[in-house]
Design a protein around this ligand. Structure first.
Ligand SMILES: [Zn+2]
Length: 285
Protein backbone atom coordinates (compact mmCIF):
# COMPACT_ATOMS: atom_id res chain seq x y z
CA UNK A 1 0.00 0.00 0.00
CA UNK A 2 2.88 2.37 0.73
CA UNK A 3 4.19 1.62 -2.75
CA UNK A 4 0.81 2.31 -4.32
CA UNK A 5 0.63 5.57 -2.42
CA UNK A 6 4.14 6.45 -3.60
CA UNK A 7 2.98 5.95 -7.19
CA UNK A 8 0.04 8.30 -6.62
CA UNK A 9 2.34 10.99 -5.19
CA UNK A 10 4.62 10.50 -8.18
CA UNK A 11 1.71 10.94 -10.60
CA UNK A 12 0.65 14.05 -8.73
CA UNK A 13 4.09 15.50 -9.39
CA UNK A 14 5.33 15.58 -5.80
CA UNK A 15 9.04 15.97 -5.06
CA UNK A 16 11.11 12.91 -5.85
CA UNK A 17 12.50 12.76 -2.32
CA UNK A 18 9.01 12.33 -0.88
CA UNK A 19 8.23 9.55 -3.36
CA UNK A 20 11.55 7.82 -2.62
CA UNK A 21 11.02 8.01 1.12
CA UNK A 22 7.59 6.48 0.82
CA UNK A 23 8.68 3.69 -1.45
CA UNK A 24 11.58 2.74 0.79
CA UNK A 25 9.45 2.77 3.94
CA UNK A 26 9.88 -0.55 5.73
CA UNK A 27 11.81 -2.01 2.81
CA UNK A 28 14.49 -3.51 5.04
CA UNK A 29 13.55 -4.85 8.45
CA UNK A 30 16.13 -6.06 10.95
CA UNK A 31 14.92 -8.30 13.74
CA UNK A 32 16.41 -10.04 16.72
CA UNK A 33 15.01 -13.47 17.30
CA UNK A 34 14.12 -13.81 20.97
CA UNK A 35 14.52 -16.94 23.07
CA UNK A 36 10.87 -17.83 22.51
CA UNK A 37 11.26 -17.62 18.75
CA UNK A 38 9.41 -14.32 18.32
CA UNK A 39 10.96 -11.55 16.28
CA UNK A 40 11.71 -8.15 17.72
CA UNK A 41 12.26 -5.29 15.30
CA UNK A 42 15.42 -3.34 16.11
CA UNK A 43 16.26 -1.50 12.92
CA UNK A 44 14.20 -0.20 10.01
CA UNK A 45 13.52 2.92 8.03
CA UNK A 46 10.06 4.43 8.27
CA UNK A 47 9.18 7.44 6.09
CA UNK A 48 6.84 9.22 8.57
CA UNK A 49 4.60 10.51 5.81
CA UNK A 50 1.23 11.46 7.34
CA UNK A 51 -0.64 9.25 4.88
CA UNK A 52 1.74 6.28 4.86
CA UNK A 53 -0.22 3.11 5.74
CA UNK A 54 2.87 1.43 7.17
CA UNK A 55 3.77 4.39 9.39
CA UNK A 56 0.17 4.87 10.50
CA UNK A 57 -0.02 1.24 11.52
CA UNK A 58 3.12 1.73 13.64
CA UNK A 59 1.71 4.96 15.07
CA UNK A 60 -1.58 3.35 16.02
CA UNK A 61 0.22 0.56 17.90
CA UNK A 62 2.31 3.12 19.72
CA UNK A 63 -0.73 5.22 20.48
CA UNK A 64 -2.78 2.40 21.98
CA UNK A 65 0.19 1.23 24.04
CA UNK A 66 0.84 4.72 25.41
CA UNK A 67 -2.76 5.61 26.09
CA UNK A 68 -3.38 2.35 27.98
CA UNK A 69 -0.38 3.01 30.21
CA UNK A 70 -1.38 6.63 30.78
CA UNK A 71 -5.01 5.83 31.56
CA UNK A 72 -4.05 2.94 33.88
CA UNK A 73 -1.79 5.27 35.85
CA UNK A 74 -4.41 8.04 35.89
CA UNK A 75 -7.00 5.62 37.33
CA UNK A 76 -4.50 4.60 40.03
CA UNK A 77 -4.09 8.25 40.98
CA UNK A 78 -7.79 9.15 40.72
CA UNK A 79 -9.75 5.97 41.40
CA UNK A 80 -13.10 7.77 41.65
CA UNK A 81 -12.81 9.52 38.31
CA UNK A 82 -15.31 8.94 35.52
CA UNK A 83 -14.81 8.91 31.76
CA UNK A 84 -16.71 10.66 29.00
CA UNK A 85 -16.43 10.31 25.27
CA UNK A 86 -16.94 13.49 23.30
CA UNK A 87 -17.10 13.94 19.53
CA UNK A 88 -16.88 17.43 18.07
CA UNK A 89 -17.71 18.03 14.45
CA UNK A 90 -18.04 20.80 11.89
CA UNK A 91 -19.87 20.99 8.60
CA UNK A 92 -18.19 19.11 5.79
CA UNK A 93 -15.60 21.07 3.86
CA UNK A 94 -13.98 21.00 0.44
CA UNK A 95 -10.43 19.74 0.09
CA UNK A 96 -8.95 23.19 -0.33
CA UNK A 97 -10.46 24.35 2.99
CA UNK A 98 -9.34 21.35 5.01
CA UNK A 99 -6.08 22.77 6.33
CA UNK A 100 -7.62 26.06 7.49
CA UNK A 101 -10.59 24.23 9.02
CA UNK A 102 -8.31 21.96 11.03
CA UNK A 103 -6.46 25.01 12.39
CA UNK A 104 -9.77 26.63 13.26
CA UNK A 105 -10.89 23.47 15.07
CA UNK A 106 -7.70 23.28 17.13
CA UNK A 107 -8.14 26.88 18.24
CA UNK A 108 -11.79 26.26 19.01
CA UNK A 109 -10.88 23.17 21.00
CA UNK A 110 -8.51 25.23 23.16
CA UNK A 111 -11.23 27.81 23.71
CA UNK A 112 -13.77 25.14 24.64
CA UNK A 113 -11.44 23.62 27.20
CA UNK A 114 -10.88 27.00 28.83
CA UNK A 115 -14.56 27.34 29.70
CA UNK A 116 -14.93 27.44 33.49
CA UNK A 117 -17.60 24.80 33.44
CA UNK A 118 -15.41 22.45 31.43
CA UNK A 119 -12.32 23.16 33.53
CA UNK A 120 -14.14 22.76 36.80
CA UNK A 121 -14.34 18.97 36.90
CA UNK A 122 -11.78 18.06 34.31
CA UNK A 123 -8.84 15.88 35.28
CA UNK A 124 -7.38 14.96 31.93
CA UNK A 125 -8.12 14.34 28.28
CA UNK A 126 -6.76 12.87 25.12
CA UNK A 127 -7.89 14.01 21.73
CA UNK A 128 -7.42 12.81 18.20
CA UNK A 129 -8.36 14.55 15.01
CA UNK A 130 -9.86 12.35 12.35
CA UNK A 131 -10.75 13.17 8.75
CA UNK A 132 -13.15 11.05 6.77
CA UNK A 133 -14.06 11.45 3.14
CA UNK A 134 -17.55 11.54 1.69
CA UNK A 135 -17.19 9.91 -1.69
CA UNK A 136 -20.64 10.92 -2.89
CA UNK A 137 -20.34 14.62 -2.11
CA UNK A 138 -16.56 14.74 -2.51
CA UNK A 139 -16.22 16.57 0.78
CA UNK A 140 -14.26 16.01 3.96
CA UNK A 141 -15.53 15.51 7.44
CA UNK A 142 -12.96 16.55 10.04
CA UNK A 143 -13.90 15.77 13.61
CA UNK A 144 -12.29 15.49 17.02
CA UNK A 145 -12.61 12.51 19.35
CA UNK A 146 -11.97 13.28 22.99
CA UNK A 147 -11.67 10.91 25.91
CA UNK A 148 -12.33 12.99 29.00
CA UNK A 149 -11.49 12.02 32.57
CA UNK A 150 -13.63 13.98 35.02
CA UNK A 151 -14.15 14.16 38.77
CA UNK A 152 -17.24 12.29 39.92
CA UNK A 153 -18.66 15.68 40.96
CA UNK A 154 -19.27 16.31 37.23
CA UNK A 155 -22.56 14.48 37.71
CA UNK A 156 -23.74 16.45 40.72
CA UNK A 157 -26.22 19.13 39.79
CA UNK A 158 -26.69 21.68 37.04
CA UNK A 159 -23.61 23.67 38.05
CA UNK A 160 -21.38 20.75 37.23
CA UNK A 161 -23.13 18.59 34.70
CA UNK A 162 -22.86 19.65 31.07
CA UNK A 163 -25.71 18.48 28.84
CA UNK A 164 -25.33 17.65 25.17
CA UNK A 165 -27.09 20.92 24.35
CA UNK A 166 -24.61 22.91 26.46
CA UNK A 167 -21.63 21.14 24.88
CA UNK A 168 -23.11 22.03 21.48
CA UNK A 169 -23.58 25.68 22.40
CA UNK A 170 -20.10 26.02 23.82
CA UNK A 171 -18.57 24.28 20.79
CA UNK A 172 -20.51 26.54 18.43
CA UNK A 173 -19.27 29.63 20.30
CA UNK A 174 -15.72 28.33 20.39
CA UNK A 175 -15.80 27.73 16.65
CA UNK A 176 -17.31 31.16 16.13
CA UNK A 177 -19.86 29.80 13.68
CA UNK A 178 -23.53 30.69 13.31
CA UNK A 179 -24.82 27.10 13.20
CA UNK A 180 -25.03 24.30 15.71
CA UNK A 181 -22.43 21.71 14.86
CA UNK A 182 -23.16 18.12 15.77
CA UNK A 183 -21.74 17.18 19.13
CA UNK A 184 -21.96 13.80 20.76
CA UNK A 185 -21.26 13.24 24.43
CA UNK A 186 -21.62 9.95 26.23
CA UNK A 187 -20.62 8.45 29.50
CA UNK A 188 -18.13 5.63 29.26
CA UNK A 189 -19.24 2.50 31.09
CA UNK A 190 -17.40 2.26 34.35
CA UNK A 191 -15.73 -1.01 33.61
CA UNK A 192 -12.33 -1.93 32.32
CA UNK A 193 -13.88 -2.98 28.98
CA UNK A 194 -15.86 0.23 28.73
CA UNK A 195 -12.78 2.38 29.18
CA UNK A 196 -10.71 0.18 26.85
CA UNK A 197 -13.38 0.53 24.17
CA UNK A 198 -13.39 4.31 24.48
CA UNK A 199 -9.61 4.37 24.26
CA UNK A 200 -9.68 2.28 21.11
CA UNK A 201 -12.29 4.63 19.67
CA UNK A 202 -10.16 7.68 20.44
CA UNK A 203 -6.96 5.91 19.57
CA UNK A 204 -7.99 4.83 16.13
CA UNK A 205 -5.28 6.43 14.16
CA UNK A 206 -6.67 9.62 12.58
CA UNK A 207 -6.42 8.79 8.90
CA UNK A 208 -8.00 5.44 8.19
CA UNK A 209 -6.17 3.12 5.85
CA UNK A 210 -7.31 4.26 2.45
CA UNK A 211 -8.60 2.00 -0.18
CA UNK A 212 -6.02 3.06 -2.69
CA UNK A 213 -7.61 1.18 -5.55
CA UNK A 214 -10.64 3.40 -5.55
CA UNK A 215 -9.23 6.54 -3.98
CA UNK A 216 -8.77 9.17 -6.60
CA UNK A 217 -5.58 11.13 -6.64
CA UNK A 218 -7.32 14.31 -5.60
CA UNK A 219 -8.12 12.81 -2.19
CA UNK A 220 -4.47 12.01 -1.57
CA UNK A 221 -3.51 15.52 -2.62
CA UNK A 222 -6.21 17.13 -0.44
CA UNK A 223 -5.40 15.04 2.63
CA UNK A 224 -1.67 15.61 2.27
CA UNK A 225 -2.12 19.39 2.09
CA UNK A 226 -4.90 19.35 4.66
CA UNK A 227 -2.88 17.53 7.28
CA UNK A 228 0.39 19.26 6.49
CA UNK A 229 2.11 20.21 9.77
CA UNK A 230 -1.01 19.41 11.73
CA UNK A 231 -0.78 17.75 15.09
CA UNK A 232 -3.48 15.11 15.24
CA UNK A 233 -2.99 13.81 18.76
CA UNK A 234 -2.94 15.63 22.05
CA UNK A 235 -2.85 14.87 25.75
CA UNK A 236 -4.05 17.31 28.39
CA UNK A 237 -4.19 17.75 32.15
CA UNK A 238 -3.28 14.70 34.20
CA UNK A 239 -2.70 12.66 31.03
CA UNK A 240 -0.07 15.11 29.87
CA UNK A 241 1.65 15.05 33.27
CA UNK A 242 1.71 11.24 33.33
CA UNK A 243 2.97 11.03 29.75
CA UNK A 244 5.91 13.16 30.81
CA UNK A 245 6.50 11.17 33.99
CA UNK A 246 6.54 7.92 32.03
CA UNK A 247 8.92 9.55 29.53
CA UNK A 248 6.80 8.43 26.59
CA UNK A 249 8.06 9.39 23.17
CA UNK A 250 6.18 11.56 20.65
CA UNK A 251 3.77 9.33 18.73
CA UNK A 252 3.44 11.23 15.49
CA UNK A 253 7.00 12.27 14.81
CA UNK A 254 8.98 10.00 17.10
CA UNK A 255 10.50 6.55 16.85
CA UNK A 256 8.33 4.10 14.91
CA UNK A 257 10.55 1.08 15.45
CA UNK A 258 9.81 0.63 19.13
CA UNK A 259 6.09 0.93 19.60
CA UNK A 260 6.10 -0.21 23.21
CA UNK A 261 8.85 -0.26 25.85
CA UNK A 262 12.22 0.82 24.62
CA UNK A 263 14.79 -0.93 26.74
CA UNK A 264 13.95 -4.55 26.33
CA UNK A 265 16.33 -5.52 23.59
CA UNK A 266 17.82 -8.90 24.31
CA UNK A 267 20.56 -10.93 22.73
CA UNK A 268 19.67 -13.26 19.92
CA UNK A 269 20.09 -14.18 16.28
CA UNK A 270 19.78 -11.29 13.87
CA UNK A 271 17.38 -11.71 10.98
CA UNK A 272 17.11 -9.36 8.01
CA UNK A 273 13.99 -9.25 5.85
CA UNK A 274 13.96 -7.39 2.53
CA UNK A 275 10.94 -6.50 0.41
CA UNK A 276 10.95 -8.08 -3.00
CA UNK A 277 8.88 -6.01 -5.41
CA UNK A 278 8.44 -8.71 -8.05
CA UNK A 279 7.39 -11.36 -5.55
CA UNK A 280 5.35 -8.89 -3.49
CA UNK A 281 6.66 -10.28 -0.24
CA UNK A 282 9.52 -10.11 2.25
CA UNK A 283 12.44 -12.43 1.95
CA UNK A 284 14.86 -13.33 4.68
CA UNK A 285 18.53 -13.13 3.91
ZN1 LIG B 1 6.01 5.19 6.02
Amino acid sequence: MSLKLADIFKDLGYRQILVERLSSCGEVLKFIQQQDGSLKLYQAYFCKNKLCPMCNWRRSMKYSYQTSRIVDEAIKQEPNARFLFLTLTVRNVDGEDLNATLSQMTQAFNRLFKYKKVQKNMLGFLRSVEVTYNEKEKTYHPHIHVLLMVKSSYFSGKDNYISQKEWGEMWSKSLKVDYYPIVDIRVVKQSYQGIEKAIVETAKYPVKPMNLDVTDKQVVDDLYHGLYRKRQLGFGGLFKVIKKQLELDDIENGDLIHTSDKNELSEGTKIVAIWNATKQNYFII
